[in-house]
Design a protein around this ligand. Structure first.
Ligand SMILES: [Zn+2]
Length: 155
């Protein structure tokens, strides 16, 4: 099982290699949290002024390819650099408008990973959730790929 130390290591590596000029202005707590079927992660400014980056706890499962963890961390890091839930100056009005996150990710070399992520969501996420996501009223709240992409654009 993957643990929070792995997340901290990946965050530091991704930051150093691919976001070297972005200033780390506060303490960042990164951890597995939640067991979401409609989002992969989030970033939050805590009352302590620390930033929390959460990665879907389903990703602890070794069946989830590791690049999904990397792309999720990188996605939240882009929000951080854009000044969302971070002490850095806010550069945009909305965190996702105009595809700004993916454009930044592509500029930083994540283009092929984004494609793989899209393929994974289309072909494998639903099956994974069906087998691993225990929830009573799952059928009343069915998973659809469209819904997933919509929600991904909000987190
Ligand atoms: Zn986002």
């Amino acid at each position: 099982m993957r643990d929070d130390n792995l997340l901290a290591t990946r965050l530091n590596q991704i930051w150093q290699m691919l976001f070297p000029e972005v200033e780390r202005k506060n303490n960042i707590i990164i951890r597995f949290k939640g067991r979401w079927k409609n989002k992969f992660g989030h970033i939050k400014l805590l009352r302590s002024k620390e930033t929390e980056i959460a990665v879907n706890s389903h990703f602890k499962n070794e069946a989830i390819p590791e690049y999904l963890i990397d792309i999720t961390i990188a996605h939240e890091l882009v929000h951080y650099m854009h000044g969302f839930n971070s002490p850095l100056e806010r550069r945009f009005k909305h965190p996702h408008k105009g595809n700004i996150v993916n454009r930044e990710l592509i500029a930083r070399g994540f283009g092929s990973m984004l494609k793989k992520e899209k393929e994974f969501i289309k072909n494998e996420w639903h099956g994974f959730i069906k087998n691993n996501h225990k929830e009573k009223n799952f059928s009343r709240n069915p998973f659809t790929i469209r819904k997933f992409f919509k929600s991904l654009m909000q987190n």
